[in-house]
Each structure stands twice: as structure tokens, then as C-alpha cells.
Write a protein that binds this ligand. Structure first.
Ligand code: ZN
Ligand code: ZN
Length: 130
């Protein structure tokens, strides 16, 4: 069981299914939304449950993608793309110990020009399978 939430506690969740490894997304939308690279772990929707949602607001990015954040403290918390069977959690919103590790960089083809990716993780120009 993992738990997590925003900075102030107005958004909280629990996870009762295995989390994926962490993916870093370098796309321009994630960099805007997070202030830098996005870091996500995903879980099957049936294994995800909100336990506090009074601060949760969804920002629709497109007809199939929405991003969930806390209106009280501004934390980025959720990334939801339908009809993906998994929902993505911002890795930084997870409480420690998370039990997971980083694994992959995606959308490196649109990364920012102000940094280099200097680790040995897998890299994809877009998204694996796209
Ligand atoms: Zn909050
Ligand atoms: Zn992204």
C-alpha cells in the first residue's frame, strides 16, 4: 500500500496495486506544468483511490488528457489520459518509502535546452510504442 498527496493535504490518495517504475517526461507541457521535468509512476485505476479531494481540480489539456492539481497549495498530483487503464501519479507526491525506482526518460526529443540528461536510464525521443 502506498499513500501520497499534495503539499498541504487537501488532496490525498492511496494505492493498493503495484506502482510502475518512474518515468521522467521531458515534453514542453510537463515542463510548464511541473516547473521542470515531470516524474510519474502509474497504477491500475482499480488500485487507486482518492481519500481527500477537497483541493483537487482538473485541468483539461485535451479531450483525452487532464491534469489534477491542488487549488489550495498548487501541487501537481495526477495525470489522467483516457482510455489508459492506468492513472499516473506525480512521483514527488508519493509518501516515502515509495518502494519504486526511476527507469526511463520519455519525450527527450522535446526536452528543454537548459540541461543535459547525463544518467544511464533508457531514453525515448517520444513515448515507447509511439
Ligand atoms: Zn494542497
Ligand atoms: Zn510530458
Amino acid at each position: 500500500m502506498n499513500t501520497g498527496g499534495c503539499f498541504c493535504g487537501a488532496v490525498r490518495y492511496e494505492v493498493s496495486a503495484p506502482l510502475t517504475a518512474v518515468a521522467y517526461c521531458h515534453c514542453s507541457k510537463c515542463r510548464k506544468w511541473h516547473g521542470h521535468v515531470g516524474a510519474y509512476a502509474a497504477v491500475d485505476r482499480e488500485g487507486f483511490r482518492l481519500t481527500e479531494a477537497r483541493g483537487l481540480k482538473w485541468h483539461s489539456v485535451s479531450p483525452t488528457v487532464r491534469r489534477g492539481f491542488c487549488v489550495e497549495c498548487g501541487s501537481s498530483v495526477l495525470f489522467d489520459e483516457s482510455p489508459d487503464p492506468k492513472i499516473s501519479l506525480c512521483a514527488g507526491s508519493l509518501d516515502a518509502p515509495t518502494g519504486i525506482r526511476e527507469k526511463v526518460h520519455v519525450y527527450t526529443g522535446s526536452k528543454g535546452d537548459y540541461y543535459e540528461i547525463a544518467d544511464g536510464l533508457l531514453k525515448y525521443d517520444t513515448f515507447p510504442g509511439k
